[in-house]
Design a protein around this ligand. Structure first.
Ligand SMILES: Nc1ncnc2c1ncn2[C@@H]1O[C@H](COP(=O)(O)OP(=O)(O)O)[C@@H](O)[C@H]1O
Ligand SMILES: [Mg+2]
Length: 237
């Protein structure tokens, strides 16, 4: 679904990513892990093309067509069916839940799950209970759910989820895990940025661990669970 090869990225003169390579296969949830500052968010920004300077090869396969997205503009990458939920989880604060969803609607895509309001409210019952609430009057966890629901309105093949469990209440984290498992059952592919090994284990098939912008580990979640050295050296456990 997504093939990342030798991805390098810079902020100004500072190089942040060094030859990052990994794959996300169809229907898979891959956890992009590593401590604060390891380069998880930068990887997602580089994939979406929002960094001024990057190099490397990124291939995105949508409906059996391989697209070289290495040098595409962000809106074109998004229009191919790659959705991104950034870490700042911004919603339109003066628009209601339904209005926030309406502005993000895109046409259905062949081979990708499509999402109606009813399906999204089934996935996020909290949102279904407050369709007319302005975004600015929701809790952090509810806003996080709304940003995910809004991205799904684009009917993507693959979504990049940047630390959805960070700073939200434990009960919402639990719902978030169930939600991700439901998305997988619908056939969506997911790249999840995550520091929390417990949460990542609940929902992910494989893990890619970053440290100082380099891949240190790329294997199954079961292998990461067994590998105490990698956990100790590169995760906050
Ligand atoms: N806008 C920016 N300008 C300059 N450096 C940045 C910027 N954003 C992040 N960085 C640096 O890039 C590195 C990776 O950050 P980031 O990708 O946000 O890590 P993570 O998401 O894994 O916590 C860090 O050293 C961070 O300080
Ligand atoms: Mg981050």
């Amino acid at each position: 679904m997504l093939e990342v090869r030798q991805l390098n990225a810079w902020y100004g003169k500072a190089q942040i990513l060094y030859d990052v390579s990994f794959d996300v296969r169809p229907g898979e949830c891959v956890a992009l892990m590593g401590r604060n500052g390891a380069g998880k968010s930068t990887t997602m920004k580089a994939l979406m093309g929002v960094l001024a300077k990057r190099s490397g090869q990124v291939t995105f396969r949508a409906a059996d067509v391989a697209h070289d997205i290495s040098n595409l503009a962000p809106y074109r990458i998004n229009r191919l069916g790659l959705g991104w939920v950034p870490e700042d989880r911004r919603v339109f604060t003066d628009l209601t839940v339904l209005e926030n969803l309406a502005v993000a609607r895109q046409p259905p895509r062949k081979g990708a799950p499509t999402w109606s309001h009813a399906q999204l409210f089934e996935l996020f019952p909290n949102l279904g209970a407050m369709p007319d609430r302005p975004g600015g009057r929701m809790s952090g966890g509810e806003q996080q759910m709304l940003t995910i629901a809004r991205t799904l309105m684009g009917n993507p093949y693959l979504i990049l989820l940047d630390e959805p469990s960070e700073g939200v209440a434990p009960v919402i984290v639990e719902q978030m895990a169930q939600m991700i498992l439901t998305l997988k059952r619908q056939g969506l592919s997911i790249l999840l940025s995550e520091q929390n090994l417990h949460f990542a284990r609940l929902v992910s098939d494989r893990a890619v661990v970053l440290e100082k912008g380099q891949v240190q580990f790329d294997d199954s979640m079961a292998a990461l669970t067994r590998d105490e050295a990698i956990q100790r050296n590169y995760l906050s456990v």
